[in-house]
Design a binder for this molecule. Structure first.
Ligand code: PLP
Length: 462
């Protein structure tokens, strides 16, 4: 399997290169040259597999430059860190199925991909005899999941910037209580935008980037997307078994379009089974406007109670455009150029009709999100986190005869404030979050100055 860029500017590369590269050098995103499609016989043989075995079967169809035994080892290590024996269990609650993606070490769905990516990076770096320093900025979930993916790995260190005092107390503690020697938490005296600007500036200094072998683990990494395809198949098989149906619909709380793009790939991988994907957004509704009106135009980011979805420019969206336009990289390149100038892409009625064969979409307000948490708890006794509630609200909106599987992207205990507002009490605190405040911490506080961060990296990089 070879990989290409959505903008057509690279000659095909291998899976290993794809993982270490992240973004294609022409500025595009990396995709497989051809998408595999499973036959009905293959699907039948995958149905009964436990999660790690299913993951291996999916991965091997996209990865041909790693020995199967090694890949198996990486997959097993990655999913051994999940506390549920099924890794991503599916539970029936009221009229819906809930796909629980929060049984990893940081209690959010990003663990599913980042636990695998950490082991994969370590393996590739050891093989090459190279080292890498991961650098990133976070406003919450991604940072802790990346830190837990990298902690304790050989040849790999991680520097994560967060805005000092401006991430939720739980999320700050989840990061700063990781004291491994290869993990560096940097609290910046500034905003999340300051953190991002610093990271961007350090990456743009090519000499510095090369000398300290800076890398990223952001959501455009192909291995992250690939890892997320697995739970769509896993959930589809469970619900198919339980309900005896041939088709299901998924509802996906969406920010950067990474998770739902994995769902789109799962849909194309299966000969049948996924009818459509419900793209659920909060008030940051650019993707809903795209699906419903053919209008992808940037507005100001509105802060909400589902902060991991407070996104305007969806970093994985370009991957979908490539398929919408029949794998025409020139068309993608021109569109992205136009978008970077005007902040707007418009789609014809024909294109919109095509998009609507893949997606349904709803934007959910904060009031509706809180009401959904409340109503779902009253009716089922199950507590939703505010991100999951956005997906559940949209899932209920589009509920017809088909079973709907809603992705639960975070454990409610990570967002106690929102749950308290909805229910009047905070959710019970699960074991991994207990006693965090008393644990030893490792964090430095630095001014919002790229020079200060640069110096800290120079002193601590591996
Ligand atoms: C990251 C995140 C999302 C959004 O996922 P995308 O892949 O960016 O669309 C939704 N919910 C939670 C809890 C997240 O951390």
């Amino acid at each position: 399997m070879r990989y290409i860029s959505t903008r057509g500017g690279i000659s095909p590369i291998t899976f290993k290169e794809t993982v270490l590269e992240g973004l294609a050098p022409d500025g595009g995103l990396i995709l497989p040259e051809d998408l595999p499609r499973l036959s009905s016989e293959e699907v039948a043989s995958l149905k009964g597999l436990p999660y790690p075995d299913l993951a291996l079967e999916v991965f091997r169809r996209f990865i041909d430059d790693l020995p199967l035994e090694d890949l198996k080892g990486l997959v097993e290590k990655a999913y051994a860190s999940f506390t549920h024996p099924e890794v991503t269990p599916v539970v029936k609650k009221g009229p819906l199925w809930i796909l629980e993606l929060f049984h990893g070490p940081t209690l959010a769905f990003k663990d599913v991909a980042l636990q695998f990516l950490g082991h994969l990076f370590e393996y590739l770096l050891l093989e090459r005899g190279e080292k890498m320093n991961i650098l990133g900025a976070t406003s919450g979930d991604t940072g802790s999941a990346a830190i837990y993916g990298v902690r304790g790995k050989k040849n790999l260190a991680i520097f994560i910037l967060h805005p000092h005092g401006r991430v939720s107390p739980i999320q700050a503690l989840q990061m700063t209580t990781v004291t491994d020697p290869n993990v560096f938490n940097i609290a910046i005296e500034g905003t999340f935008d300051d953190c991002q600007a610093i990271v961007k500036q350090l990456f743009s200094d090519l000499e510095f980037k090369k000398r300290y072998r800076l890398g990223a683990v952001n959501s455009i990494n192909w291995a992250r997307v690939l890892a997320q395809v697995v739970y769509y198949l896993y959930a589809y098989f469970r619900v198919q078994e339980a309900e005896g149906v041939s088709e299901v619909r998924f509802s996906v709380p969406t920010g950067n379009f990474g998770d739902i793009f994995a769902g789109y790939l799962a849909k194309r991988l299966l000969p049948e089974g996924i009818e459509r994907l419900v793209l659920a957004t909060n008030e940051n509704d650019i993707l809903t406007r795209f699906v419903n009106q053919g209008d992808y135009s940037v507005r100001e980011v509105v802060p909400t109670i589902s902060p991991s979805m407070d996104i305007q420019i969806a970093s994985n969206f370009e991957r979908y455009l490539y398929y919408l336009w029949d794998e025409d990289p020139e068309r993608v390149r021109q569109a992205m150029e136009q978008f970077s100038k005007t902040g707007r892409l418009l789609f014809s009625p024909q294109e919109r009709a095509r998009v609507q064969r893949d997606f349904l979409s709803l934007s959910v307000t904060q009031e509706e999100t809180l009401a959904t948490i409340r109503r779902f708890y009253e009716e089922t006794g199950y507590i939703l986190d505010p991100h999951t509630a956005v997906g559940v609200c949209a899932g209920l909106h589009f509920k017809d005869h088909l079973p709907i599987i809603c992705l639960a992207t975070a454990h409610p205990a990570k967002f106690p404030e929102a749950v308290r507002r909805a229910l009047g009490f905070e959710p019970p605190v699960p074991e991994p979050l207990q006693g965090l405040a008393e644990k030893p911490k490792k964090v430095v506080i630095l001014p919002a100055d790229p020079q200060a961060v640069r110096q800290f990296i120079e002193e601590n990089a591996i």
